[in-house]
Ligand binder design. Sequence first.
Ligand SMILES: *Cc1c(COP(=O)(O)O)cnc(C)c1O
Length: 405
Amino acid sequence: MTQSCVPGSKMPAVPSRILLGPGPSNVSPRVLQAMMQPMIGYLDPDFMLIMDEVRELLKAVFETDDANTLAISGTGSAGMEAGLSSLLEPGDTVVMCIYGFFCERMVEMATRIGANVVPIRAQWGRPFPEEKLEAELRNRTDVKLVTAIHAETSTGVRQPMSELARIAKDHDALFMVDTVTSLGGNRVEFDEWDADYAYSATQKCLGCPPGLSPVAMSRRAIEAMRSRKQAPSSWYLDLALLGNYWGWEEQRVYHHTAPVSMILALRQGLRDALTEGLTNRFQRHTLNAKALAAGLEALGLECVVPEDHRLAQITVVSIPDGVDDIPVRQRLLRGYGIEIGGGLGELAGNVWRVGLMGESSKAEYVLALLSALENVLPKEGYEVARGSGVAAASAQFGAAIPQGD
Ligand SMILES: *Cc1c(COP(=O)(O)O)cnc(C)c1O
């Protein structure tokens, strides 16, 4: 019997993929190289300087002067759980705007914390109607926190934030926003929204491996956290303790061993994002998504979200009648090294989710995917006009990219 884990076995090398799913996305050689720097102690003064730089870089991408930032050891869900468990005590009321799979994850977490959870549910695949939040808050005086998601990766909708944040503020509630898929791909205007807590993840539009959850927290939220009656039940995700380690206070206090190499990766990913320029980066995401949508539509496929509300970094497309989800994705992966995502929750089996996030948002990947689909879809019983998808996308690039003449 062959054992794949013994030295010298035939275990294959990790294949090189084009990652066009909902994350992780591709990572640049610069970021990978940043992780190969020497190991350093988590309280070394030089490491403190690196952490300070990461905090400043995060403030730039969150577009905040006033908030405090850090990166939690863990993925986006850790940022979600840290916010909920640090801001909510058992019995506190939290009103949650619900319009997708990840919104429901927040409900689950807040319920486990013992909060009084008030979910307001609205249709998946459309922006959440702000009036619903206003109507709920009008009748309440007890709301500690309101939550929403900027980029619902399960539906592909870009949720306008300023109005939801304003309504929360008008009713004296804290406002928490999930920017897991938006940070680095869309403007996240933490100060402009007057948000209190935002969290993200390194593996979506920031171009880093999975493993850290960057967060921003307002002074108001820090005050609320400090005036809790009892400490949060989660010690590891207690943002007050994490803030003490990251230098939110004068005195730094050891909390846990920082994932040094990931913090070096994040620093490089953030430096690269700011070197590219946030506006250029958002425009790149927008153009590639537009070309992808044009190509998919030329193949007769339908985007689920109306154009005005679509996210550039994740395109949700209906699976045509008679075509099976999984065989198509397997052919793309095995034959072309391309990963795309399937549907989550009520959309499972009905949609594909194509991510063009961070390093994965590239014209050549858009063209490679469309060309692969033109070969794969007919094998799964769906005829397409060969070349039409690539041509439609290419026309978008041709119109947008200077030709050098
Ligand atoms: C991916 C995602 C999460 C979960 O993040 P993990 O890094 O997988 O823990 C949460 N919210 C949104 C909107 C996401 O897209």
